[in-house]
Design a protein around this ligand. Structure first.
Ligand code: C2O
Ligand code: CU
Length: 480
């Protein structure tokens, strides 16, 4: 069965959660059954989000309370009609939903997340792309993970607008793959509101990398699902949008290893990792593990499909396109003009030419051994920056596989990719380094801590492709 998600019922769900969105995450109460994706309402929730409520906009910074319960869960996936019955996958979930609840805050809000660990193993939560204090970054480096049966509280203030996500940073290659992930949206009230907002959390269910965290040895029940992508926990969902409206679409690749080459008619990417771009980008985009983008859909007379044109870490375009999602139009009407965002068109910063820090990514799939500067986590040399220092980083990929480079704690400005500056100023926390590619970036070391720098193909990180960039207080320490 292809799922038909009616905007009408999305609106009900949205209405229900909008009032409480300031106190809790959407759908933050754990599902008693421990089964994900069961009812229509739950199926709608992961994709449609509530756009900002006008009356909330003048509220002073608020406190957003979220309760996350990490526990084993059975993920139930309906397949298209001709493919037979649902597929059940034993995994993990936050609050019994796949993805976990969307956490939504506004610039300046304080977020308090209580994590309860009902997993059989330790876990943590990391706030991917958010510049939080090191103590709440959710990495077990220098800090104990949250033991099975224990809880922890993460408190921080959000000062970046954009589309982020959260996931464990302990045995990530197993725990994220098992279903522990969710969207984290930070709104800037100054931005024009969209008529509709969709959050597309994209995951693939390739056999590679997936292990039942509880140690089972079967094929995890993934017949019919292996190699496919799910959108908000759904296989090839269909959504209905009203003609004549604008939708803001937040896309997150939470897959352990999967790349997407996203395409839909008249692509219009308005934001990437760290919020709005200085100008929209109008071409199909490759999205690697951990990466995000935001698109604007101008819905008019006719429906369309969102496709993955097929992209592989082992060499780019695969030529194997597949459908991710289809959109049908309710009440066709002429497409509206794009929202007025006063695009600055700001150009990328100039590369000063010096290099302060180099990360060379190497390794190969055959051995499963992966290195940064010839070292494997945790036996790594810690590079240090003084607080307030500006450093030029060069990441070189000398392996026959792409690597999405991710830095915790501080976003960076991309200066060039293979010698070519980006079309507009680009602030990222995750960026793909293609095979034999070179990326240069500027980092402002403004957040003290020991920040993980790693490949977001999680089996690569597990295989050693992870290091630490230390930002030291007081100032005075120099780069190695
Ligand atoms: Cu998305 Cu180090 O993580
Ligand atoms: Cu990698």
């Amino acid at each position: 069965m292809i799922l038909l998600l009616l905007l009408g019922c999305a609106a009900d769900k949205v209405g229900e959660s909008a009032d409480s969105a300031r106190d809790t995450a959407e759908g933050a109460s754990p599902d008693e059954t421990g089964e994900t994706g069961e009812t229509g309402a739950e199926r709608v929730a992961p994709i449609f989000a509530n756009p900002p409520e006008a009356e909330d906009l003048d509220e002073d910074p608020a406190v957003v309370h979220v309760r996350l319960v990490a526990a084993p869960a059975t993920h139930v996936f309906e397949l298209p009609d001709e493919e037979g019955g649902p597929v059940e996958v034993e995994g993990y979930a936050y609050n019994g939903t796949l993805p976990g609840p969307t956490i939504r805050a506004r610039l300046g809000d304080t977020v308090i997340v209580e994590l309860e660990n009902e997993l059989p193993d330790p876990t943590t939560v990391h706030w991917h792309g958010l510049e939080v204090p090191f103590e709440v970054d959710g990495v077990p480096w220098m800090m104990e993970p949250v033991a099975a049966g224990e809880s922890a509280t993460y408190t921080f203030t959000v000062e970046q607008a954009g589309t982020f996500w959260y996931h464990p940073h302990f045995d990530s290659h197993l725990q994220v793959d098992a279903g522990l992930y969710g969207a984290f949206v930070v709104e800037d009230p100054a931005e024009p509101a969209a008529d509709e907002e969709l959050i597309l959390v994209l995951d693939d269910w390739d056999m590679a990398g997936f292990g039942t965290p509880t140690g089972g040895e079967d094929d995890h029940g993934m017949d019919g699902l292996a190699g496919r992508w799910t959108v908000g926990g759904l296989v090839e969902p269909r959504v209905e949008l009203r003609g004549g409206t604008r939708a803001r679409v937040r896309v997150i690749d939470v897959s352990n290893t999967g790349y997407l080459w996203l395409s839909w008619p008249e692509p219009r990417v308005i934001a990437r990792d760290q919020g709005l771009l200085p100008a929209p980008l109008e071409e199909p985009t490759v999205l690697g593990p951990g990466d995000r983008l935001e698109a604007e859909w101008l819905v008019g007379e006719s429906g369309f499909t969102v496709e993955d044109l097929g992209w592989s870490q082992h060499g780019g375009a695969t030529g194997m396109a597949s459908e991710l999602l289809s959109v049908s139009v309710l009440d066709p009407a002429p497409a509206p003009a794009p929202a007025d965002r006063a695009w600055s068109g700001e150009a990328p910063g100039e590369d000063p030419g010096r290099t302060d820090l180099v990360y060379v990514f190497s390794g190969d799939t055959g051995s499963g051994e992966w290195f940064i500067n010839g070292e494997q986590w945790p036996d790594v040399t810690i590079a240090s920056l003084a607080l307030g220092e500006e450093a030029i980083l060069e990441v070189r990929n000398v392996s026959p596989t792409s690597h999405p480079f991710h830095l915790h704690g501080m976003a960076f400005e991309v200066l060039s990719q293979d010698g070519v500056p980006p079309a507009v100023r680009m602030i990222e926390d995750t960026i793909d380094i293609p095979i034999y590619g070179i990326m240069r970036a500027r980092i402002l070391a403004d957040n003290p801590g020991d920040w993980m720098a790693h490949c977001h193909i999680l089996p690569h990180a597990e295989g050693g492709m992870m290091t630490v960039l230390r930002v030291e207080e007081p100032a005075g320490a120099r780069l190695r």
